[in-house]
Ligand binder design. Sequence first.
Ligand SMILES: [Zn+2]
Length: 317
Amino acid sequence: MQCRICGNSHDNRQYKAKEMMLGLGDEHLYFECSNCGCLQIADLPDNLADYYPDNYYSYKKNSHANPIKRWLTKLRDGYAVMGEHGLLGRLIHLASPEPKLSTLKPLKLKKSSKIMDVGCGAGNLLFSLKEIGFQHLLGIDPFNEADIHYENGLSIEKKSIQEATGKWDLIMFHHSFEHVFDQAEVLQKVHQLLDDNGQCLIRIPTVSSYAWMHYGLNWVQLDAPRHLFLHSVESMRQLAEKNGFALQQVIYDSNALQFWGSEQYQQNIPLRDKRSYAEGIKHSIFTKKDIKNFEKRAKELNAHEQGDQAAFYLRKI
Ligand SMILES: [Zn+2]
């Protein structure tokens, strides 16, 4: 089997990975490239849509009914993205952090930056950016039911990146790029859509991690067959450089899921099971203390560049 990232076909190790999120248990063939380290699905399943249930997490829509909560959220998010609102923003962020927004801080954005979010589902992240004053935002997702128009002016269009137009300062993928089969073609399209010196942020799970080494096929973010590519840092570097980008920075941002999700899979508990922590602590096999401990360990792994997901910062060259 030939690696779709670097072209190597020697000594690639094969794995049979089970569908575990829904608990279907059917097996899918993956292989790990001996050269660049990328773990990838052998063939694109033709019934992939069947593996995305209607209540798939990225489709949950925003609601900001409570005006006080909305105001506090704005203060926090302004701090997370731009460092605004000083101590107050910082305190709210400490009390109730929004890790997704914090990954935007290294991009040094301006409120006038033109930003596209690819595979954004309901567009929660863009909604937050709109709320704190960003003007030029667009979300796209071909798997949404229809276009979405929010009262604050934000629009999410039902389309693929190949149908996208315009020029952008930032194009970002928050846990959507691992669902993309034609990785190089999509990155080439990103290159074409970006302004000179534009940036691309890709947040994905990574095999350059403790969780893949330790849990193997029970690693929760392997997520067969939905995740088609599980990159290493090296395979992302090669993919970026082959398609006109420099990989400028990698920041690990994993969380407790890598522990509780993978430990559940070891015990044959699907993510969508009433015993799963995803459904609440009540019927879970974990205590609150366990979860706190997992959060602490995730932070330590991130600091040592061993967490199971990371933000890859690419710049167009
Ligand atoms: Zn490879």
